[in-house]
Design a protein around this ligand. Structure first.
Ligand SMILES: [Zn+2]
Length: 351
């Protein structure tokens, strides 16, 4: 058995689920708290599986997807619903997951020149209808799982391109950074994302989910909404899970969003979803300084920059890596080089 270095992250952070549980009636609270407990156990269980399963045969087709039906249970992967090139099924969530993973795969393939999460065309398996009214989605290190939502606060996740692209991007990071970017294994505890490296891992997923959304809609940086998870809440519950434009702005997100965008406020004990606001906002500032379409200049810069990172890299390492790549790709003193520097300076990672 080899330890997986994969993501141990759910789309909806524990703090947000707990916040909603606190506001629920007894039944709703019990459901969400049971899911928090289950999610913690799942991280350990799935991440302990053999690494072999994470490296299926290289693809022979342009895209390789499979969507399974977990049928409300937690056994993975469940029953095969839709294989690559199959016609749509009658299951709307299966089709939504299939389509959104296709968009993420196509973005990495055609825009980034990277064939699937591992760069070798690995098939992406997804199980929809995971668990009982499960209000989350996750990349397990081997596949994606998508819940139906609890019905009260969350509508489900499969239809959300931002959420699906975020989780898929964790699969990319897993293969990009040996040992897992910020993945920590406390003794006797499930693995978790910690420190600056863990926050960079979270941020990579938000940044690429944002670019994928913008690419899919053909949006410029001015047209983009710069949020993740704006489409998963039931009415009145929240506006988005995170904002890259204004991390921690509760008017733009949800009632207890505590994301930070200033490195001077960072503490090593910060949750990765909190401190990911720092690199998220650096990317946003760089993209706005450049204008146009975010992925055209900054996509390769961020991917190649993060490709240089190691398991315990810091924000400053990421800043230097992306600044260096911008200079290499576009020239020293180029607009791109200056924009990336300006991004990291805006969040006080660079001075
Ligand atoms: Zn994540």
């Amino acid at each position: 058995m080899k330890r997986m270095s994969g993501c141990v992250c759910f789309a909806v952070p524990r703090k947000l689920i707990q916040h909603l549980a606190d506001q629920s009636d007894d039944e709703g609270r019990a459901l969400l708290q049971a899911q928090i407990k289950h999610s913690t156990g799942l991280r350990g269980q799935r991440s302990g599986l053999s690494a072999a399963a994470a490296h299926p045969e290289p693809a022979t087709q342009p895209l390789q997807r499979r969507v399974y039906d977990a049928q409300g249970r937690t056994l993975l992967p469940g029953t095969l619903l839709r294989d690559e090139d199959d016609a749509p099924t009658r299951d709307a969530q299966a089709n939504q997951a299939y389509d959104n993973i296709g968009i993420a795969l196509q973005f990495f393939k055609s825009v980034m020149g990277r064939d699937s999460a591992d760069g070798r065309g690995m098939r992406i398996d997804t199980s929809v209808h995971y668990g009982f009214r499960f209000a989350n989605a996750m990349w397990t290190g081997e596949q994606m799982i998508v819940g139906d939502g609890d019905g009260a606060h969350f509508k489900g996740m499969a239809h959300s391109l931002g959420i699906i692209a975020h989780e898929f991007s964790h699969g990319v990071t897993q293969h990009l950074v040996k040992g897992g970017l910020g993945v920590v294994w406390p003794s006797g505890m499930p693995p978790t994302l910690k420190g600056e490296a863990g926050s960079l891992n979270e941020s990579f997923s938000d940044v690429f989910a944002s670019m994928i959304k913008q690419w899919h809609k053909g949006q410029t940086v001015d047209q983009a909404d710069w949020v993740i998870g704006e489409d998963i809440f039931a009415p009145g519950v929240g506006k988005a899970v995170r904002s890259l434009k204004a991390p921690g702005n509760r008017q733009a997100t949800w009632a207890q969003d505590d994301q930070i965008s200033d490195y001077r406020r960072f503490s090593p004990t910060d949750d990765a979803h909190k401190a990911s606001g720092i690199p998220n906002h650096a990317f946003y500032v760089a993209a706005m300084a450049l204008g146009g379409k975010s992925w055209e200049t900054l996509g390769q810069t961020w991917l190649k920059g993060f490709d240089k990172l190691r398991a315990r890299s810091t924000f400053l390492d990421a800043a230097h890596a992306t600044v260096d790549v911008a200079a290499a790709l576009h020239g020293k003193g180029s607009k791109a080089h200056d924009a990336v520097k300006a991004g990291w300076k805006a969040v006080n990672v660079m001075v």
